[in-house]
Design a protein. Structure first.
Length: 292
């Protein structure tokens, strides 16, 4: 049996969570085209006949918006790099930035690092990828350079076959039907946060978080879930609510539908908004929200 921890790292918005979801085969990490979509370190598990892949989806390494929250997220990235067996660096095809260079400087030399050039489906002229790959090879001694599209199932399967030889032999860390180490409670909060990010567009307040205040399961299997959407300032509340509360209703409705698909059971979901000024720099609040 081969098994090991594989860190998925990179700057924000390069497709790390999309890649993890494709590799696991189930959506366990939320995705949105916004900074700070992934704030926690999440494990995704994929078990095959003779291999268990344990993917560590890390927050995007933050170089802007200094806060205790971002410092906590960056520590999660650095800790993951120190603990795993294999590192997968995700880059965006045709775009290498100073933020990518910062992540590159964190990469360990003591374990294999596989560089992924993501979003190649958006590159019309594939010949442009060759000089990009050559330049990247000169920046770090990567074990592999792999162009792919994180949304393509066949590319995910190809990447699994590339990672496997680099994993050590050992006993499986999780049951064969496990897909994540996270609880339903955590996954419910992430689903709501994803809807907030997606449905508020460019208006999304930077200081938004989600806290579960109630999570119970009835004998029938139905979950009763009460969620508080935290905002940093009073002026952020109407952005979440929308005209006549319509945006909030849509956030709740779409969140409930996703939860029912994930939990395979009925969900009764209630959402509120609460102002909690300064939560991003509050050690107590960050701990309450599950940040290490």
């Amino acid at each position: 049996m081969k098994t090991g921890l594989i860190a998925i790292v990179g700057r924000p918005n390069v497709g790390k969570s999309t890649l993890v979801n494709s590799l696991v085969g189930v959506k366990i990490s939320i995705t949105a085209d916004k900074p700070q979509t992934t704030r926690h370190r999440i494990l995704g598990v994929r078990t095959e006949v003779d291999t268990q892949f344990v993917f560590v989806d890390t927050p995007g390494y933050q170089t802007r918006h200094k806060s205790q929250l971002n410092s906590t997220m960056n520590r999660a990235v650095q800790q993951a790099l120190a603990e795993v067996d294999v590192v997968v660096l995700v880059l965006e095809a045709g775009r290498f930035t100073p933020a990518d260079m910062q992540v590159l400087s964190l990469l360990p030399s003591s374990r294999p690092v596989i560089a992924i050039i993501n979003k190649v489906d958006l590159v019309a002229d594939k010949a442009r990828l060759l000089p990009e790959l050559q330049a990247l090879a000169g920046r770090f001694p990567f074990a592999e350079l792999v162009p792919l599209s994180a949304q393509t199932a066949s590319d995910a399967e190809r990447l699994l076959s590339i990672i496997r030889p680099y994993l050590p032999e050992g006993e499986a860390m999780f049951d064969e039907d496990a897909i994540t180490d996270r609880s339903e409670r955590f996954l419910a909060s992430e689903i709501v946060r994803e809807k907030v990010f997606r449905l508020t567009g460019d208006e999304i307040p930077y200081g938004t978080a989600v806290e579960i205040e109630q999570f119970t399961q009835e004998p029938s299997g139905m979950r009763r879930i009460g969620v508080v959407i935290l905002v940093d300032r009073e002026v952020h509340k109407p952005i979440i609510l929308g005209a006549g509360g319509e945006r909030m209703k849509r956030i709740a409705s779409e969140s409930r539908q996703d939860m029912e698909r994930l939990f395979e059971a009925k969900v009764h979901l209630t959402c509120w908004i609460k102002v909690k000024t300064g939560w991003m720099d509050s050690t107590a609040m960050l701990k309450r929200l599950g940040h290490e």
